[in-house]
Unconditional design. Structure first.
Length: 204
């Protein structure tokens, strides 16, 4: 019986070596959520998938599902805003987004809305310039949105901390703009407590 090949875009969250040249990749995919997939001979010097599957890169992946789980049979690098990796602030916030997804998202849970949120957050980072002083506010925005998506925080809780009507924007990253960072900075103490309480509630 022929295997079905699933083609999906994915963020590469991590890699675990297997054997002499193979590896298991943690992928946050558009079609199947967070999965682990094994790729054969990918760590060889001339392995054709090696560059496309670098950690934190984005790739179009061809996957096959079998009795032993997912197999990654092909990958092609996808575009990310170039300065995501060259700006210290953007690089660290981008990494934090993917680390949170890896920490809180369950395996094989299809979360297309969450995937689209990540795309919009990455686009926001790529479309604007930020200073080091913006880093804390950016990370607060990311944490609030993701804790809300994972069910550990409610809009009402955020509304109690941000009283200027901008709290709704936090949960729609398509509407994010640099001016919200000021509101987050002004209310950082209460929002950080809210985030910490959400993390504790998650038991993760």
């Amino acid at each position: 019986m022929a295997h079905i090949i699933y083609k999906t875009d994915a963020f590469i969250l991590g890699t675990t070596p297997r054997g002499e040249a193979s590896a298991v990749f943690t992928l946050f995919t558009e079609s199947h959520g967070l999965i682990s997939a094994r790729a054969q001979s990918v760590r060889r010097v001339n392995g054709k998938l090696k560059h496309a599957l670098s950690r934190y890169h984005k790739a179009s992946c061809s996957l096959v599902s079998g009795k032993l789980g997912w197999r990654l049979i092909d990958a092609e690098e996808r575009f990310l805003p170039p300065d995501i990796f060259f700006s210290e602030v953007k690089r660290e916030v981008y990494a934090k987004i993917l680390l949170w997804v890896a920490r809180f998202q369950g395996q094989d849970e299809k979360e297309k809305e969450l995937y689209e949120d990540v795309l919009h957050m990455v686009a926001f980072l790529g479309n604007h310039s930020f200073t080091k002083s913006d880093k804390e506010s950016l990370e607060i925005a990311v944490a609030l949105l993701l804790l809300y998506r994972f069910g550990y925080l409610s809009p009402e809780q955020v509304k109690n901390e941000i009283k200027n009507g901008e709290e709704a924007i936090i949960f729609d990253p398509r509407a994010w703009h640099p001016t919200i960072l000021l509101s987050l900075s002004q209310n950082a103490r209460g929002l950080i407590m809210l985030i910490n309480n959400g993390i504790i509630a998650s038991n993760l």
